[in-house]
Design a protein around this ligand. Structure first.
Ligand SMILES: [Zn+2]
Length: 511
C-alpha cells in the first residue's frame, strides 16, 4: 500500500529556534505506513506513476502532532466539575459521571484528530476496582484508539497513597466529621489497585499490545504524593527491565513543592532522583515549580518535560518557566491535559497558547518562536513516548503520520508574501482548515469526516447514555464532593505560608 501526499508547502522539521526545512510544491511517498521518499511532487509523481495522490497541491503538509499529556474524553466541565485550584479540584472531580470508556475515548479522539493530532500520550487514572476491572477499562480505551486509527502511548497512572489530599487516607479520614466518614471511606475503597497490581497490569498490557504498530504501553508514576517509596522503586525497576518510558506529574503546583520539602527535605526532583528515575526515559508533566537547580539537573540528565499550558492556567497552577527549559536545551512536549482553554482538545489552539503565554517583557531573543512550538508539538512530543525518533518528522524511515492544512484557510483573502509559511500556520490555522489526517499511511480523517468511525452515531450514543438519571453511586459522590470540600480547604490553609500567598509568575529567574 503506497501513496503520494503532496503539499504546496511541505514542512518536514524544525531546524532551530528560527529555522525549519520547507519544500515548495513538495511531496512525501509512503509505503506501508513508513515514509519512503521526500522531494518535489513532480519528481515523485513521475517516478511512481501508478501511485494515488492525496492532497490537491493547495495545502501545507506537516508531520502529525503529538498530544503529550491526556487523560479523559468528555471534559470535567462537561461532566459537572468546574475549574478550581488543582488541590480542591480533586473534590469537584468526584462529581464526574460514569461514562462508557470506549465512547468517551472516541469523543476526545474526534477533537484531537480534527486538530491534526496523530499520537496521544493517554495517562489513564482513577479507575475503580481491582486488576481485572482496571484491565478491562484499559482495553476499552485502547480499543477506541485502534478503531479510529490513532496512535496511542497508553499508561495507567499508579497511585498507591494519599488519594485526596497530601496526607494518608487514614489521617484525612480522621479529620472529617463523623457524618462524612462513611461516604469518604467508601470513596477510598473504590481505588484498590496497589503498586504490585499496577505493575502486573503494565505487564499484561505490554504483552498484549506492545507489538502493535499504533499501540505502545509505558509507565506512569501519577505524582510524588501519590506514590509510596516502594511504588517508585518498582516503577524504576520495571522501566529498566522493559526499557519503558515513564510520564510523571511533578510540581504542578506550589503546594506540591511544599509537599516534597516536607517528605524529603529537598525538591520533588531530588526525591525521585534517589530512585534513579532521571534520564531521557522520564518525562515530567507540568514542572511549573521546578527550581533553577532542578532545571539544571533535568538538562544534564536528558530528562524531558511536558508543558501543559492551558491546564496550568485553568487550575491556577502558575506559569511554567518554559523559556528556561528551552534555553537549557531540555526536550519539551506539549500536553493539552484534561482540556485546553476552549474546553476542547485543539492542538492548533494550544500551540498558540504556548507561543503567547511566555512573552516576557524585553527585547532579547528568548521567547518562544513558531519553529520552537512546532518542534515541541511534533518531535518534542514523540520523544516522550515509546515511539521516540520513529515519529515527529517527515523523514525517510519514520512513520507516515501527517496533516494537510488548507493554505487558503490560512492565507485568504490576503497574506503578505513575506510572512513565513510556518509563522502563518502556527498563528492562523484553525481546525476547519485541517483537510486530511493520516496515521501510518492510512487516511483517518478527510473533509470533516472520520473514515473508520461514525462520529454522529458515537455522539448520539453518548448523549443517550448520559441522559439517564444519576446512579446511586453518582449521587453519593456529589454529596461527598460538597461535604468534603471545606475540609480539603482547611487542610491546605497555611500549608505554604500563613497567609496562603502563592507567588504567581515565575517565568524568569532574571527578575
Ligand atoms: Zn495531568
Amino acid at each position: 500500500m503506497q501513496s503520494i501526499i503532496r503539499g504546496k508547502y511541505v514542512i518536514t522539521r524544525a531546524l532551530d529556534r528560527h529555522g525549519w526545512e520547507q519544500i515548495e510544491d513538495g511531496a512525501v511517498l509512503q509505503k506501508d505506513g513508513v515514509i519512503a521518499a521526500i522531494g518535489r511532487f513532480e519528481d515523485l509523481a513521475r517516478q511512481n506513476p501508478e501511485t494515488s495522490v492525496i492532497g490537491t497541491g493547495n495545502e501545507v503538509l506537516l508531520p502529525g502532532f503529538v498530544n503529550g499529556h491526556h487523560h479523559v474524553g468528555l471534559t470535567p466541565l462537561q461532566l459537572g466539575s468546574p475549574d478550581m485550584p488543582l488541590e480542591l479540584w480533586f473534590a469537584t472531580r468526584m462529581v464526574t459521571r460514569d461514562v462508557d470508556l470506549y465512547l468517551d475515548t472516541l469523543y476526545s479522539a474526534f477533537e484531537m484528530i480534527a486538530s491534526g493530532i496523530t499520537t496521544v500520550q493517554h495517562i489513564h487514572g482513577w479507575m475503580p476496582g481491582r486488576l481485572p476491572e482496571v484491565e478491562a477499562s484499559a482495553d476499552q480505551v485502547i480499543a477506541a484508539y485502534e478503531a479510529i486509527g490513532m496512535r496511542v502511548s497508553y499508561c495507567f497512572a499508579l497511585r498507591d497513597q494519599n488519594h485526596l489530599v497530601y496526607e494518608s487516607n487514614e489521617d484525612f479520614l480522621a479529620r472529617v466529621p463523623d457524618d462524612v466518614k462513611p461516604l469518604l471511606a467508601k470513596y477510598f475503597d473504590r481505588f484498590q489497585l496497589g503498586a504490585e497490581e499496577a505493575i502486573e497490569l503494565f505487564g499484561h498490557l505490554h504483552g498484549k499490545h506492545q507489538a502493535k504498530e499504533r499501540v505502545k504501553i509505558q509507565l506512569a508514576p501519577a505524582n510524588l504524593h501519590w506514590c509510596s517509596d516502594r511504588a517508585l522503586e518498582m516503577l524504576a525497576e520495571t522501566s529498566e527491565r522493559y526499557d519503558a518510558p515513564l510520564h510523571m506529574h511533578l510540581v504542578e503546583t506550589a503546594y506540591q513543592k511544599e509537599y516534597a520539602r516536607r517528605r524529603g527535605g529537598g525538591t520533588a526532583l531530588d526525591y525521585i532522583a534517589r530512585f534513579g528515575l532521571l534520564g531521557p526515559k522520564l518525562t515530567l508533566g507540568h514542572g511549573v515549580w521546578l527550581s533553577e537547580g532542578d532545571i539544571e539537573r533535568i538538562a544534564e540528565t536528558g530528562t524531558c518535560i511536558c508543558h501543559n499550558c492551558s491546564s496550568n492556567f485553568r487550575l491556577r497552577s502558575g506559569v511554567a518557566p518554559l523559556n528556561r527549559f528551552e534555553a537549557k536545551g531540555i526536550n519539551v512536549a506539549i500536553g493539552i491535559d484534561e482540556a485546553g482553554i476552549n474546553d476542547d482538545r485543539d492542538m492548533l489552539q494550544e500551540m498558540r497558547m504556548v507561543l503567547r503565554a511566555h512573552r516576557e517583557p524585553g527585547m532579547d531573543d528568548s521567547v518562544p518562536t513558531p519553529a520552537q512550538v512546532f518542534r515541541m508539538a511534533t518531535e518534542g512530543g514523540a520523544m516522550t513516548t515509546p515511539y521516540g525518533s520513529t515519529l515527529g518528522r517527515l523523514e525517510v524511515g519514520r512513520g507516515a503520520d501527517m496533516v494537510l492544512i488548507d493554505w487558503r484557510q490560512v492565507s485568504y483573502p490576503y497574506l503578505d508574501r513575506e510572512v513565513p509559511v510556518l509563522d502563518a500556520v502556527i498563528q492562523r490555522a484553525k481546525t476547519e482548515g485541517v483537510n486530511t489526517v493520516m496515521v501510518a499511511g492510512e487516511v483517518v480523517y478527510q473533509g470533516g469526516r472520520f473514515t473508520k468511525v461514525d462520529r454522529d452515531a458515537a455522539l448520539g450514543q453518548i448523549s443517550d447514555l448520559l441522559s439517564r438519571e444519576l446512579s446511586e453511586s453518582e449521587k453519593d459522590r456529589r454529596r461527598l464532593s460538597k461535604a468534603v470540600l471545606p475540609h480539603m480547604r482547611a487542610f491546605y490553609e497555611g500549608y505554604i505560608d500563613p497567609e496562603g500567598h502563592v507567588p504567581f509568575y515565575r517565568q524568569s529567574a532574571r527578575f
